[in-house]
Design a protein around this ligand. Structure first.
Ligand code: WT7
Length: 642
């Protein structure tokens, strides 16, 4: 049977085509994006491709267009691939049953649940909070919201009651969808209990729907609480999708700012759909029959864009994993790849670094011959991790796409296209078509020379840019559009090589000025990480009476004897001096058993900065950390800097 090939028309298959597409996207962005948008299903096409004014700031794509994203993710596939697996679900416990759901089944399930939402008073524009483990039902809940036109706000199921309540209240959610509990490794997270605690402070929530997952006993609030299975049982398997305006909000997703409350980034329907699908197809070069696995949690933007929306709109088979990379052992990722014959594997550098320190036999005992493409996302990938990933996982035959983007950008902005454009270790490489990336100096002047290093900025809108921060457009303007006039400011530093490849060097807010020299902490960490005994490091600045600021390095090593560490300290300083310059040598090095990490794997530098500065009393909220206990261990081993 002939498959639906329309989406394949947007796929770039050679370097020359990439160049051509990029050129067109800059010379005539509107014609370029209109051409891409033609490949989707619309109730009515747009009147205008783009209007924007970044002094407001305001960006509108495909205005006048009418659509529902779930018709593009589900209905349009029914005829040609209704029986194809849409989602493979791998349980936390490898002994439990795998679940597979076809496009036809997923369509039906989403329609049923959309009816449940409607029957519980949810309609267009209502906010619905989803606080669920990595289950197929999480995807169903997300898509059902989109189908009725409600705005979903997924909160990662590892967040505390307080974090959950803050997010629910910020966007005044009317409903919460959760589960009794969730399995993660050996842990059982009592989600309903946490949700109950949060809901004591959330008057806007009228109804709670609970999916029975672990079967553990839970408290019940009659009138408010409803079982998922009972509600769904008699719901109709048909639901006519709400017709949405292109610019109607699709979802809110919270991301932490450097200060203050989390920012509820608002993404809208049409532009987000077009851009995530376009980048999914092109970056990963996914083909019919491939099995794609992104290890992120759907609580993060990576999960929204590249587990759910991009892959499903593209008609792919996407894998969802309930568990964690270290359970039951540190070979789990590779076991899952072999078990499901995964072709595309997309994960974060922090996971690679964590797995790289375990015996390679844990990799080698699994058959990874099905892998075709590897991806990285979330932070700069250091050379060692890149090499290990490429060699041991990709067997030196899989392209590695290092994808740079943000919650705010909705989709990947800079990345190579797997096997199509050139890759370069530690470089995200070239901007996607439509992405006009530039480097600026500290005065906001564009650095036009072939090679340069500066602050990254984007000078033209792309379809999936977040339209605002929920309830706080002023903050949106201040954070993203005020650093440089009429430019989007992502807050990352980058350098560019002769061929225009970008290497993201790290957050510019992590710049430390030591004796008048601006030093990015990311390159120093990279240098330290080059040492074969180093697992991971974090470098921060602290006030120094003479230098203004000095550098303090927290280093995790493979060995932990005092003797070895003494020697290592000298070697690390020498290594940094050689790679970057003597000025970048850390003043102090503390060997630590771990680093405080956010749930998405980012090092919490705010805490490390405070500890290095000797302000150990007032560390702020550490409840969102993945490993809060590490903070006290670090404090007790602190090097005296006063
Ligand atoms: C920040 C955005 C994108 C989804 C996951 C994180 C850093 C992300 C890369 C990369 C270097 C990267 C940036 C960015 N980042 N990907 N490939 N290379 N840095 O989303 O939580 O919104 O974080 O992550 O610093 O600004 P996020």
């Amino acid at each position: 049977m002939k498959r639906e090939r329309k989406l394949d028309k947007m796929v770039i298959t050679s370097e020359a085509q990439y160049k051509e597409a990029y050129k067109k996207s800059v010379e005539d962005p509107q014609a370029f994006w209109a051409g891409i948008a033609e490949n989707f299903q619309w109730h009515k096409k747009w009147d205008r491709v783009l209007s924007y004014d970044w002094s407001v700031p305001e960006t509108k794509w495909f205005e006048g267009g009418k659509l529902n994203i779930t018709e593009n993710c589900l209905d349009r596939h029914l005829k040609e691939r209704g029986q194809q697996t849409a989602i493979i679900w791998e349980p936390n416990d490898p002994g439990d049953d795998v679940r597979k759901i076809t496009y036809a089944e997923l369509h039906e399930y989403v329609c049923r649940f959309a009816n449940v939402l409607k029957d519980n008073g949810i309609g267009k524009g209502d906010r619905v909070c989803i606080y669920m483990p990595m289950l197929i039902e999480l995807t169903v809940a997300v898509l059902a919201c989109a189908r009725v036109g409600a705005i979903h706000s997924v909160v990662f199921a590892g967040f505390s009651a307080r974090s959950l309540a803050t997010r629910i209240n910020d966007s005044q959610c009317k409903m919460l969808i959760t589960a009794d509990g969730g399995f993660r490794g050996t842990k059982n997270i009592p989600l309903k209990e946490i949700a109950d605690e949060a809901l004591d402070h959330c008057p806007s929530v009228e109804n709670v729907i609970i999916y029975k997952n672990t079967g553990q006993s839970i408290e019940w609030v009659s009138e408010r609480d409803h079982w998922w299975h009972l509600e769904t049982r008699n719901a109709s398997p048909e639901f006519t999708a709400e017709v949405m305006d292109a610019e109607d909000p699709l979802f809110i997703l919270y991301t932490s700012g450097s200060t203050g409350n989390p920012k509820g980034m608002v993404h809208s329907c049409a532009g987000y759909m077009v851009y995530t699908t376009y980048t999914f197809k092109n970056v990963f070069q996914y083909k019919d029959g491939d099995i794609y696995w992104c290890t992120a949690d759907i609580g993060w933007i990576t999960g929204h864009s590249y587990i759910i929306y991009g892959p499903l709109a593209a008609g792919a088979t996407t894998l969802m994993f309930e568990g964690i990379p270290s359970y039951p052992d540190n070979g789990r990722f590779w076991e899952v790849c072999a078990k499901h014959k995964v072709t595309h594997f997309y994960t974060a550098p922090t996971a690679i670094r964590a797995l790289e320190k375990h015996p390679v036999s844990l990799v080698e005992k699994h058959d990874l011959s099905g892998l075709k493409v590897l991806g990285s996302v979330g932070e700069p990938i250091n050379r060692e991790a890149w090499m290990w990933y490429s060699k041991h996982i990709g067997k030196d035959k899989c392209p590695v796409v290092d994808t740079w983007w943000q919650t705010e950008t909705g989709g990947i902005l800079i990345s190579s296209l797997a096997g199509v454009t050139r890759q370069k270790a530690t470089f995200a490489t070239l901007p996607m078509p439509g992405i006009q990336a530039i480097l600026l100096d500290n005065e906001g002047k564009e650095l036009k020379s072939d090679t340069a290093e500066g602050t990254l900025a984007i000078k033209y809108p792309w379809p999936s840019i977040a339209r605002t921060i929920y309830g706080d457009h002023d903050r949106y303007k201040k954070v993203y559009f005020s650093a440089f006039k009429d430019h989007y400011f992502p807050g990352d530093g980058a350098l560019k090589d002769e061929e225009g490849n970008y290497r993201i060097t790290g957050r510019v807010d992590d710049v430390v000025i030591v004796s008048g020299h601006n030093l990015g902490t990311a390159p120093i960490e990279n240098a330290i990480n080059e040492h074969e005994m180093v697992v991971e490091s974090a470098v921060v600045g602290y006030p120094h009476p003479i230098k203004g600021n000095a550098l303090y390095a927290y280093v995790i090593t493979y060995s932990n004897t005092e003797e070895a560490n003494q020697k290592l300290e000298d070697e690390i300083k020498g290594l940094v001096a050689r790679t970057i310059g003597a000025i970048a040598k850390p003043e102090e090095i503390q060997f630590v058993p771990g680093l405080p990490k956010t749930r998405s794997g980012k090092i919490m530098r705010r805490i490390l900065r405070k500890v290095a500065s000797g302000e150990c009393e007032n560390l702020g909220d550490t409840s969102t950390l993945l490993n809060p206990d590490i903070v006290n261990e670090i404090i007790s081993g602190k090097v005296n800097t006063n």
